[in-house]
Design a protein around this ligand. Structure first.
Ligand code: BGP
Length: 468
């Protein structure tokens, strides 16, 4: 085995979200979340209520099988596990005064199990799971009241779990609200009717809320580290035309604003100009400005792909996941058209480190693919060399970034166990090292099977990247 490429302190693991794994959507006193009314996925319109075709209602039943699943993570040698707390398990409606003890107790049990194996929890407070009541009654984050409700929820979590959870993320992919206002911000007004004024007011409320809970965490326990979480998507100019380079700069700004505010504690000049040019006039109080000064301890992000940008509106077709852009003619793509660019991860790690000089955490990265269960030596498994190649190539680029001097805290690949996809709301877009027997029509035994990549990741962790 060759030499370790990663430091001893580097955290290795996987990342999930409550709505994509837990199921038990109406058990333990849980209220409805916006995920319970989006059976087609976060990019689609909501429906009237929970419907039988919504795979997330049962998901992969982590709510009942967490012990078995965490044991499998431990078998791979995980040192960190990212999961989210379902806000509507703790505050079923979102605006009540008293938390739901049964919901709190569930995460105590999850944390007990992680502790048993020495796996560090990395907890997302809000992962596309706004309580539905907050969406319906308040129009989600458009309403300033959400700041107080969220702070109460976050404080409840810090007080209960803060002594055992040292790393927290405030909002999953906070910049996604630009594209999926309901899924990301619980904004009930249809996207086509939502004004930019209201959208940016909602964003402002989320940024203030994030800063306020960062302060609360530090007050409750100074050893707690709080990070923001953004979609990282390096943008390359489609051509060397300076117009395309400026298009990249503008599109970058639209996204970087979220982490710039989190890290610098104030709106950058380019954002103020954007608001001026667009005639957006935000309600920002003196207290808001003071609150924003409570900056994050680290920056975390998801990385799946890069895209090109162009100043030519005709070139701007709808490539990409949540965010748009132009296809890069030099890159391969996944079965879902997500372009594969391992070097983009090194680029973005360097860009973020140079910009903020804050520790970085890669909290999502992975390949969604259609897997085929086969029998090998009497065991059911998946020979997922395509997934191994994807992750291997990306991790080598993380090692390069470490050589570049970037401070990277850890890597939690997305979906270590197959789960319900956020965009398609189906099972067949699989990311896991662990196969879950459930099909898109909801059938299946939910039995877990180790894929080939399971042993591969265990080797990577054991050798600290030496086996890559
Ligand atoms: C991110 C989300 C995750 C996850 C991932 C993969 O945007 O934070 O929740 O699902 O993308 O996306 P998908 O499930 O659509 O393949």
């Amino acid at each position: 085995m060759t030499h370790a490429r990663f430091p001893e302190t580097f955290l290795w693991g996987g990342a999930t979200a409550a709505n994509q794994i837990e199921g038990a959507y109406a058990e333990g006193g849980k209220g409805l979340s916006i995920q319970d009314v989006t059976p087609q996925g976060i990019m689609c319109d909501r429906v009237a209520g929970p419907t039988a075709d919504n795979l997330k209602l049962e998901a992969i039943d982590f709510y009942h099988r967490y012990a078995e699943d965490i044991a499998l993570f431990a078998e791979m040698g995980f040192t960190v596990f990212r999961f989210s707390i379902a806000w509507s398990r703790i505050f079923p409606l979102g605006d009540e005064d008293v938390p739901n003890e049964e919901g709190l107790a569930f995460y105590d049990r999850v944390l007990d199990e992680l502790e048993r194996y020495g796996i560090e929890p990395l907890v997302t407070l809000s992962h596309y799971e706004t309580p539905l009541h907050l969406a319906e009654k308040y129009d989600g984050w458009v309403n300033r009241d959400l700041i107080g409700f969220y702070e109460r929820y976050a404080r409840t979590c810090f007080e209960r779990y803060g002594h055992r959870v040292k790393h927290w993320l405030t909002f999953n992919e906070i910049n996604s609200v630009l594209h999926i206002p309901f899924g990301s911000g619980g904004i009930n007004t249809p996207k086509s009717e939502l004004s930019e004024q209201d959208l940016y007011q909602a964003i402002h409320h989320e940024l203030v809320a994030s800063a306020r809970v960062t302060r609360a965490a530090h007050e409750i326990d100074p050893s707690i580290k709080v990070g923001c979480m953004v979609i990282a998507m390096p943008l390359y100019p489609l051509t060397p035309n300076p117009d395309d380079v400026v298009a990249v700069m503008d599109a970058d700004h639209a996204n970087l604003m979220f982490s710039d505010v989190h890290v610098r504690g104030e709106y950058p000049g380019y954002a103020k100009r954007f608001f001026r040019d667009k005639g957006i006039s935000l309600d920002i109080t003196a207290q808001d400005l003071e609150d924003l000064r409570h900056t994050v301890d680290f920056v975390s992000f998801s990385y799946y792909m890069s895209l090109c940008q162009s100043a030519d509106p005709e070139a701007l077709a709808g490539a990409g996941n949540i965010m748009g852009g132009v296809r890069n003619p030099t890159l391969r793509e996944s079965e879902w058209g997500w372009q594969i660019d391992p070097q983009g991860l090194r680029v973005v790690l360097n860009q973020f480190w140079d910009r903020w000089q804050k520790p970085l955490f890669i909290v999502e990265n992975g390949l969604g693919a259609k897997d085929r269960l086969i029998e090998v030596d009497g065991e059911l498994t998946v020979e997922d060399d395509y997934r191994i190649d994807y992750l291997n190539d990306h991790l080598l680029q993380v090692a390069e970034a470490l050589e570049d001097g970037v401070d990277v805290l850890g890597y939690t690949m997305w979906g270590p166990i197959d789960l319900v996809s956020a965009s398609t709301a189906q099972m067949s877009k699989r990311y896991g090292f662990i196969y879950v027997d459930r099909a898109d029509d909801g059938s299946g035994t939910l039995t877990r099977h180790r894929k080939k990549s399971f042993g591969w990741y265990a080797d990577v962790i054991r050798s600290r990247g030496g086996s890559l």
